[in-house]
Design a protein around this ligand. Structure first.
Ligand SMILES: Nc1ncnc2c1ncn2[C@@H]1O[C@H](COP(=O)(O)OP(=O)(O)O)[C@@H](O)[C@H]1O
Ligand SMILES: [Mg+2]
Length: 421
């Protein structure tokens, strides 16, 4: 089959030489029974390639199973793969068929192969060499005909050197190595993939089409994508769901791309035809990154101050920021009631609210103002979350829920209406 046809059939996006080379190898090795070791970073497409190989092999009508060796406890992996006899170990009530029995005539994909225990490696080597295996707790030799495709995101040869992986098995599996390039090594595919994913997700969620300005495209392409295609797909989905503004700018993209501590994802232009433009843009990005970092520092600091009543000893930031912050907090502290919303999984969010004045004679017009360090959208979400939690905790009793939230019953009542709870 032609490479383009394969891409079409399996929904593979991209046209970089490294990707095409990988597809070419998969295409050639598919019709054979040779074991394949697929290497590549997490999210780069290893599992996709295992499907391609199976589907283009004469075993395509046979079973296919993907097993994550890193996710099965060491004590049960032998029994999962090779089955066990009745009473093979404590708790083994009945007998069990292993994958090498159920997948007979098909393909087994062994993901995270470097995590496989040494004992299991010995059994696997035997199956690969002779098609023979023995169930746990049995002495009878069984036969099977299974093709093995293994995958790893670490260097298995390192495991060989440190004695954690059998060298003979390594060579046996690695007859045909198939390397899936990380996304950062096929930059020309990034925007293509992004467009495909956003088109799919906006159709799925019926949201308006997503467009991206030139700066944001550059940022997308020059990011290092540690989570590869999976991460890109994820971000496309988030944008399709969350982004109100469907022209994505560099600034809005920054909220979705995690910042790397080394800072090596600072966008750099590949082609520097427009020199002036380049430096200007670069500075802009730098400013944006710095702003985001400052914002995060500031949030942490504020939370620390509120929680501990003092500046953390290790604070190394700008003293001016600190002083300003102190002034703000002192001013607010007199007048306002500081309230820290802390949600178990979410980042702490600080809201500063008006005091709740108890006055029985007058109807007070209490305005609830919330100053948010984050975007207001997430504040609303968190607010409504907190309110729901408080109501649930106090079994719907508004008075107690309001007390817990540090707001008046009236405010709570209004919020419930506003947020449609
Ligand atoms: N070239 C590609 N074109 C389109 N989607 C891809 C491509 N490569 C990977 N994907 C998608 O990215 C995600 C991660 O791929 P997967 O094969 O699970 O990665 P890995 O097994 O290396 O962690 C999947 O949703 C897969 O469909
Ligand atoms: Mg995977």
């Amino acid at each position: 089959m032609e490479i383009q046809e394969i891409k079409q059939r399996f929904g593979i996006i991209g046209n970089s030489p490294l990707l095409n080379r990988a597809i070419d190898i998969a295409n050639q090795v598919a019709p054979t029974d040779i074991s394949v070791l697929i290497t590549g970073e997490s999210g780069s497409g290893k599992e996709v390639f295992s499907h391609i190989i199976h589907q283009m092999s004469p075993r395509k009508h046979g079973p296919f199973i993907a097993v994550n060796c890193g996710a099965i406890p060491e004590g049960t992996i032998d029994s999962e793969l090779f089955g066990h006899e009745k009473g093979a170990y404590t708790g083994a009530i009945g007998e069990r068929k292993g994958y090498f029995e159920t997948v007979n005539g098909g393909t087994i994909f062994l993901d995270e192969i470097a995590e496989m225990p040494l004992g299991t490696q010995a059994r696997l080597l035997r199956v690969l060499e002779s098609g023979q295996y023995i169930k746990v707790g049995s002495s009878k030799v069984e036969k099977t005909n299974v093709r093995v495709i293994a995958a790893t995101n670490v260097d298995v040869y390192d495991a060989v050197k440190s004695g954690k992986f059998r060298e003979d098995l390594y060579y046996r599996l690695n007859t045909v190595p198939l390397r899936i390039p990380p996304l950062r090594d096929r930059k020309e595919d990034i925007y293509l993939l992004f467009r495909k994913f956003t088109a799919d997700f906006t159709a799925k969620y019926r949201s308006p089409p997503i467009q991206m300005n030139e700066e944001a495209q550059q940022m997308l392409v020059n990011y290092s994508w540690p989570g590869n295609v999976r991460q890109l797909k994820n971000i496309a989905e988030q944008l399709a769901v969350l982004e109100r503004d469907h022209m994505i700018t560099a600034q809005s993209l920054l909220q979705y791309i995690p910042q790397e501590s080394s800072g090596n994802n600072l966008p750099m232009r590949i082609n520097q035809q427009k020199k002036d433009d380049f430096s200007e843009r670069d500075i802009l990005y730098k400013v944006l990154f710095d702003m985001k970092r400052d914002m995060t520092d500031l949030k942490k600091l504020v939370v620390d101050i509120i929680e501990n009543g003092g500046v953390p000893a290790n604070y190394s930031g700008n003293p001016q920021v600190l002083n300003q912050l102190y002034r703000d907090i002192e001013v607010d502290g007199d007048r306002h009631h500081n309230h820290l919303h802390q949600n178990h999984q979410q980042e702490p969010t600080l809201t500063i609210q008006q005091p709740v004045v108890q006055n029985n004679n007058k109807e007070l017009n209490i305005t609830h103002e919330a100053q948010e360090v984050e975007e207001s959208l997430s504040l609303m979400e968190k607010e409504s979350d907190l309110i729901k939690k408080a109501l649930k905790k106090h079994k719907g009793k508004r008075k107690f829920a309001a007390q817990e939230l540090g707001i008046s019953e009236r405010t709570l009542y209004r919020k419930i209406k506003e947020l449609n709870l």
